[in-house]
Write a protein that binds this ligand. Structure first.
Ligand SMILES: *[C@@H]1O[C@H](CO)[C@@H](O)[C@H](O)[C@H]1NC(C)=O
Ligand SMILES: *[C@@H]1O[C@H](CO)[C@@H](O)[C@H](O)[C@H]1NC(C)=O
Length: 395
């Protein structure tokens, strides 16, 4: 357990390292204060070319509405303005604008109660698999204390988000929220600590898909093709959130963050956060894959981001992703088949770890994990029962 002061120092150190790296590599994630707008942004995000290729897309990503794009001065420096009066979503958009054409930042983010520097760190092999397959990436394992300090720095301009994060009473809720927040602010890959890399993230996006047309890479957690799916799973298609790759400012992350923030603050005011036993049973809907899945689908059907008229008719729903064997891009979202992030589960069409589509190996066994509740079906019964219980991460 770090003292609060040391946690802040650690968070500031991480930000300083990122800042120096971004300057020396001319990366696309400069620190927030003094953010030079990427040169290409104004012209490209404001005017989506009419014939932008969007294979299998509901439509092409349209220009992002909001203050972010229109407020640039010619020098590219964002004028100082008080964003605290803006609605939450606009504050977030202003703070971290989305640039589809930018590169995926070379970061890997993980959270756990200890870091590899601690002798007791339990996930050395898994952690090393990411470092080995991603040379040149900045890889950070962040503890709860440092996460709080880091988010206070990154979201100083959006105080509701910081208040919500600090109000969440369970480590599992904060761990869920942290992944959306760090990816929204800095981009890169978030992956759970007990997840190993099988293939480099370079391979997640197939060669046939231009990298500058994808802003979010996600996997399928569950695709239960059975009549009684609702008995076992919260959604007919559930996207996983143990591994996500994103460019900073992605609108689906923004919506997820906004929903969790609003719901957390509502519950804080009504006193519902005090009842941690009830919260513990509702992690999936509150911060977990159910809210994530819902906001991704909402985004894919949102006329503000996609030109729905010019795309194929019909809403995008689970039918568009069921039974997939290859990655599929809809708009700027690349969805990997279930084998991508959930290989080896021996159901729902998932293939084995040696399949060319298998990208990460996720450990479903941790009883501290929210997906424990969502995999009330076969997976938990066959795997979890024979394993010793893992300790819950503590605050
Ligand atoms: C999604 O599926 C519907 C039919 O269920 C189809 O009309 C639509 O074109 C599909 N959209 C995409 C983007 O694949
Ligand atoms: C919730 O708990 C906090 C701290 O224990 C307390 O101050 C607050 O009054 C409680 N709220 C409700 C509505 O019970």
């Amino acid at each position: 357990m770090l003292s609060p002061r040391r946690a802040i120092v650690a968070a500031a150190f991480i930000l300083t390292v990122l800042f120096l790296l971004s300057r020396s590599h001319n990366a696309e994630t400069p620190i927030r204060t003094a953010k030079p707008a990427p040169a290409a942004q104004d012209s490209k995000t404001n005017a989506a070319p009419p014939n932008r290729p969007a294979p299998a897309a509901a439509g092409r990503p349209a220009a992002e509405a909001g203050a972010a794009a229109s407020n640039k001065s010619p020098s590219g420096q964002k004028p100082m303005m008080d964003i605290s009066k803006l609605p939450l979503r606009e504050q977030l958009a202003h703070q971290y604008p989305y640039v589809l054409e930018s590169k995926f930042p070379a970061y890997i983010w993980q959270t756990w109660k200890t870091t590899p520097a601690d002798e007791s760190f339990e996930f050395r092999e898994q952690e090393a698999s990411w470092t080995e397959l991603h040379p040149g990436f900045v890889h950070e394992v962040i503890t709860d204390d440092v996460a709080t300090a880091l988010l206070r720095l990154l979201y100083a301009g959006v105080p509701d988000v910081v208040e919500a994060y600090r109000a969440l009473p369970l480590p599992v809720l904060r761990a869920d929220f942290f992944r959306y927040l760090i990816l929204y602010a800095r981009g890169g890959i978030y992956t759970d600590i007990d997840t190993s890399a099988i293939r480099s993230a370079i391979e997640w996006v197939p060669d046939s898909v231009p990298r500058n047309s994808v802003g979010l890479v996600i996997g399928i957690e569950a695709d239960p093709d059975r009549e009684d799916w609702a008995k076992w799973y919260s959604r007919r298609i559930q996207f996983c959130q143990w591994t996500i790759q994103a460019k900073p400012g992605h609108p689906a992350l923004r919506e997820t963050i906004s929903r969790i923030t609003e719901e957390t603050l509502r519950r804080k005011r009504s006193g519902e956060l005090n009842d941690t036993a009830t919260l513990d049973r509702n992690v999936i809907e509150f911060t977990g894959p159910a809210v994530w899945t819902d906001t991704v689908f909402k985004y894919l059907n949102d006329g503000r981001f996609f030109n729905l008229e010019s795309g194929p008719a019909g809403t995008v729903d689970w039918r568009n992703f069921t039974g997939m064997e290859e990655p599929k891009k809809v708009g700027d979202v690349l969805v990997l088949p279930i084998t991508g992030f959930s290989p080896g589960v021996r159901q729902m069409g998932a293939k084995e770890y040696d399949d060319p589509q298998a990208m990460v190996k996720h450990d479903f066994e941790g009883t501290w994990k929210p997906e424990n509740e969502r995999h009330i079906g076969e997976i938990v019964e066959t795997v979890v029962t024979e394993k010793p219980k893992k300790e819950k991460p503590k605050a």
